[in-house]
Design a protein around this ligand. Structure first.
Ligand code: SF4
Ligand code: SF4
Length: 436
């Protein structure tokens, strides 16, 4: 056996001798003797089990600190990635019943898009389309828009029809929260919606200046009242509050957090989390962001929250499993109100990015579809293949990678943690003892 190249061994001034492995994502405290011993072992050393104390061998094997060879480990990552890309048991749909919105937010990438509501024909063809996926056991829908609650009746009628298909069904919704009234909130359970994401961009004044109604009207107070309705009527639903951050409102995150923390009794018995979303220059979705902050700004923002306020809204610790964006998988699609099909949320409303149409038009843009499936693949990227972070980073957002390849857009897809591993691991270590 050899020492894995995915080990990261370091001496922390504050916390002693530590060992992280990106393959198993384990993080171990070790003694100084073991630290010194591991430091001495050459990566090409073939028989580490004869050097390492016998009582550690099992733990080191289990945590992939020692492996038979690194190439086999890479192939496992590759297999896992391909498995996710071809997984055919879950159909993941993002459905936009309308692109209309009652808000007019300055940074919204969907501004100026046509405000159509989904037709009955599209609704019928969505059901026909879902039925054509006969291998599927699970169906998950994210309701998105525009503001999806403007077309609430479409959410209701489509859900009813999807439930009749009789597969495991679950749903999330991304809404601005303004139209969430008692009737809609009561219906969430029947609609199988278990998670609601609502954006609030800061405390009242700042939020109202950034996220106002089309006529300029205020929205903060109404949204807060509506979230309280969810707590009262349907407390099992998880509420995710996203705070869009850019250079102009970065201090608002903690102000809003503290305001809600006090208002909602330290979040006791509330199924809620609050996280920053960085406003993007390339219309990137929540999961991966190329924000108007540069990488350093993002890290400074997160450190500041942690050091000054003990908050860690985005984990400092790497993801456990390599994340593969589902746009690489044919069983993941975004559907617009006119039956138009997209792969990535960023493309919604952009006619050039339509890959097909459910209303009898079929596949329209095979080239783009093929790019989303296979282009700019990190499995073919030498930098990624050789990268220590590949098991947890996975190469980043495919949309960004494809933009970089075809349109020379200067985007770095590397994980934030890449240049700050020691610090992130130390913060993670210390955060185990810090909670607000
Ligand atoms: S390709 Fe990127 S932006 Fe699009 S859904 Fe995936 S992670 Fe989000
Ligand atoms: S995108 Fe960057 S950090 Fe991620 S695997 Fe590739 S080289 Fe490594």
């Amino acid at each position: 056996m050899i020492l894995s190249r995915y080990n990261f061994l370091f001496k922390s001034e504050k916390y002693g001798f530590l060992l992280y492995n990106s393959l198993s994502n384990c993080f171990l405290e070790i003694s100084e003797d073991i630290y010194l011993l591991l430091k001495e072992i050459n990566l090409s050393e073939k028989i580490v089990e004869q050097i390492i104390p016998s009582d550690l061998i099992d733990v080191f094997k289990k945590n992939k600190i020692i492996v038979n060879n690194d190439l086999d480990e890479y192939y496992k990552i590759k297999f896992n990635t391909l498995y996710q890309r071809f997984y055919d048991k879950s159909l993941e749909l993002t459905i936009n019943p309308t692109l209309a919105c009652n808000f007019s937010c300055g940074y919204c990438f969907e501004c100026n898009k046509e405000a159509k509501i989904m037709t009955d024909e599209t609704e019928k063809n969505i059901i026909k389309f879902i039925n054509s996926y006969d291998t599927v056991e699970n169906i998950h829908v994210t309701w998105f828009g525009g503001e999806p609650l403007i077309a609430y009746n479409k959410i209701e009628s489509l859900t009813k029809k999807i439930l009749e298909i009789n597969k495991n069904y679950s749903a999330h919704i991304i809404t601005n929260g303004y139209l969430l009234n008692e009737k809609i909130t009561k219906s969430m359970e029947g609609l199988k919606i278990s998670f609601i994401q609502i954006t609030i961009d800061g405390t009242e004044e700042v939020h109202n200046s950034r996220r106002h109604l089309i006529n300029g009207g205020k929205t903060f107070e109404k949204i807060i009242q509506n979230i309280e309705l969810i707590f009262q009527i349907n407390p099992k639903i998880q509420v995710g509050i996203r705070v869009n951050i850019d250079g102009s409102n970065e201090n608002e995150f903690i102000c809003l957090y503290n305001y809600l923390y006090d208002k909602w009794n330290k979040f006791e018995n509330k199924n809620i989390f609050i996280a920053p979303g960085f406003v993007t220059s390339t219309n990137i979705c929540n999961s991966v962001s190329d924000c108007l902050f540069d990488k350093k700004n993002k890290i400074d923002f997160l450190i500041n929250l942690f050091i000054k306020h003990g908050l860690q809204p985005i984990s400092f610790y790497p993801r456990n499993n390599r994340y593969e964006c589902p746009i690489r998988n044919p069983f993941h699609l975004t559907i617009g109100p006119e039956g138009e099909l997209y792969k990535c949320w960023n493309d919604v409303g952009n006619k050039e990015k339509i890959i097909g149409n459910l209303n009898n038009k079929g596949l329209i843009n095979e080239t783009l579809l093929t790019r989303y499936y296979t282009a700019a693949d990190p499995l073919e990227d030498t930098n990624c293949i050789k990268c220590f972070h590949f098991p947890t980073c996975g190469g980043g957002c495919p949309y960004q990678r494809i933009e970089r390849l075809y349109n020379n857009v200067n985007i770095e897809t590397c994980d934030l943690i890449k240049d700050n591993l020691t610090e992130f691991l130390e913060w993670h270590y210390s955060s185990q003892n810090i909670s607000k």
